[in-house]
Design a protein around this ligand. Structure first.
Ligand code: GLU
Length: 291
């Protein structure tokens, strides 16, 4: 297929758009990112790669890892066990909302919000948080031919400030009997959010969900891509699905991954975020490139 060209003019406009966004303050290294960084990668199912901007810039995936945790557990535990632990319904409240979990009586509504991702992180395989993160990282790199790694620098930064909302979510999940080892669950979650790479690594990961791999069940990547459509951008998911229609996942680092079914994937990186925690320029670029 021939992708739309990522023109210099489009990049310039995206830069302008990004100026309306803000850097997140609750993870120090993300607040120190250069708001001007902007990178886009397009990868087609026949492996044609188009890159533009700061494509060598490394960033943590943060919440963009969530669909891949779901995929990994669907493959390792199966659909039944996974959906006994988390739901598959879209959420109306922010990604780290305790109220959402309270409304749902302690049952995480979906794997794309923090309650669901922390719950799933508790089922990852490995003796400790680091080994769990390294196991899933190895599995993903192998399947997608990417070069993700665990960034200790980002992890130290995440740990340097307390995160009362995630802590409250963990307490609620523990009280409801969802988590057996709350510390390990939260620490594993923090580790996997720090898996890092470039837009090229991210777009390769994305292609795994479009094309699959010999070892990944078709049904599993379809489930993941459906949940990305309904819940990948938190409370902005429904609007984006109606307007753009591509399964998409964002992360608080400014990363965005969109899947173009049967054709390819788009990964973008631009740190300034809108009020819902999604990259301003990233979402705008995906919208433009999908026209
Ligand atoms: N580690 C971040 C948090 O829990 C991830 C959130 C995100 O990327 O949206 O706050």
């Amino acid at each position: 297929m021939v992708f739309k060209t990522i023109s210099s003019d489009l990049m310039l406009q995206a830069h302008q758009k990004s100026k309306t966004g803000q850097l997140p303050q609750y993870i120090p290294c993300l607040s120190e990112a250069d708001p001007q960084w902007l990178a886009v990668a397009f990868l087609s199912i026949d492996n044609q790669l188009q890159i533009k901007g700061d494509s060598q810039q490394i960033f943590p995936l943060m919440s963009v890892i969530k669909p891949f945790v779901l995929l990994y557990l669907l493959e390792h535990l199966g659909e039944k066990l996974v959906f006994e632990r988390v739901g598959n319904k879209s959420s109306d409240l922010p990604f780290n909302s305790l109220s959402q979990l309270e409304i749902d009586d302690g049952f995480p509504r979906n794997p794309m919000i923090n309650s669901g991702a922390i719950t799933l992180a508790s089922f990852l395989i490995g003796k400790n948080s680091k080994l769990r993160a390294e196991n899933i990282c190895f599995w993903l790199n192998q399947k997608s031919n990417s070069k993700l790694f665990l960034s200790e620098t980002v992890l130290n930064s995440v740990r340097s400030l307390s995160n009362p909302l995630n802590q409250a979510i963990v307490e609620k999940l523990t009280a409801k009997g969802v988590l057996e080892n709350p510390e390990l669950a939260l620490d594993t979650y923090n580790h996997i959010c720090c898996l890092s790479g470039t837009v090229i690594d991210l777009v390769r990961l994305g292609l795994l969900l479009v094309k699959g791999s010999d070892y990944v069940l078709l049904k599993h990547y379809q489930i993941v891509s459906e949940i990305m459509t309904t819940s990948g951008l938190y409370e902005a998911s429904a609007d984006f699905a109606a307007k753009v229609g591509l399964p998409t996942k964002s992360g608080v680092s400014g990363a965005v991954l969109s899947l173009i079914p049967e054709q390819g994937a788009i990964a973008t990186y631009s740190p300034p975020l809108n009020s819902q925690g999604n990259s301003v320029a990233g979402l705008w670029l995906v919208e433009q490139l999908n026209i």
